[in-house]
Design a protein. Structure first.
Length: 190
């Protein structure tokens, strides 16, 4: 273990801009779960999220020399993620999306000890998670992304506003509407 301070994202990106692949690999390891998780929640497909994440980091690598740390690196990275996810929606015009629980590698897929919880409790939890995922998928793009970034990535309102290219009050309004829609969709579970 070393006592050296950890390099900031901006410092790593600056090194990556000079062609330092090792610095960029640190950034990928540091942020890949957030990018994949956000894309998976938005798309409802973990395998497609992996493809999007690869494209996000490929674009980040190609843009490394031009990167300027005017905003947080995570905000810049989530903006690339947003653009690719929204492009995916527009190009495929998906009418229905599978809930994340339909895939084994879902972020919600957990292996529980059957001795710890009765089967009915496990089934109810799985059913509720599937309903939550479906309700999130039913939200429009911007409110869905705002909700995912706030709830699952714990991103501050200001950063979400930067990613969505809107104001903080608009983000709060999007989140308010998204939460109300989720409450209505999940009313029979609450």
């Amino acid at each position: 273990m070393t006592d050296e301070p950890e390099e900031s994202d901006a410092e790593l990106m600056s090194r990556a801009g000079g062609g330092d692949l090792a610095a960029f690999e640190v950034l990928v390891r540091r942020h890949q779960h957030a990018v994949i998780g956000t894309a998976a929640k938005m798309l409802g497909s973990h395998s497609r999220a992996d493809d999007i994440a690869q494209e996000v980091f490929l674009r980040a690598w190609k843009s490394a020399a031009r990167y300027r740390p005017e905003a947080k690196f995570t905000t810049w990275l989530m903006t690339i993620t947003r653009n690719l996810v929204f492009n995916e929606f527009r190009s495929t015009r998906r009418a229905t999306l599978l809930p994340l629980d339909a895939e084994e590698d879902s972020p919600h897929h957990e292996i529980a000890d059957p001795k710890q919880q009765p089967a009915g409790v496990l089934a109810a939890g799985s059913e509720l998670q599937a309903a939550i995922d479906a309700a999130i998928q039913a939200l429009p793009e911007k409110p869905r992304l705002a909700l995912i970034l706030r709830r699952y990535e714990d991103m501050p309102y200001e950063d979400i506003a930067a990613v969505l290219k809107t104001s903080v009050p608009a983000v709060k309004s999007l989140l308010f509407r998204a939460r109300n829609e989720l409450k209505e969709s999940l009313a029979h579970y609450l």
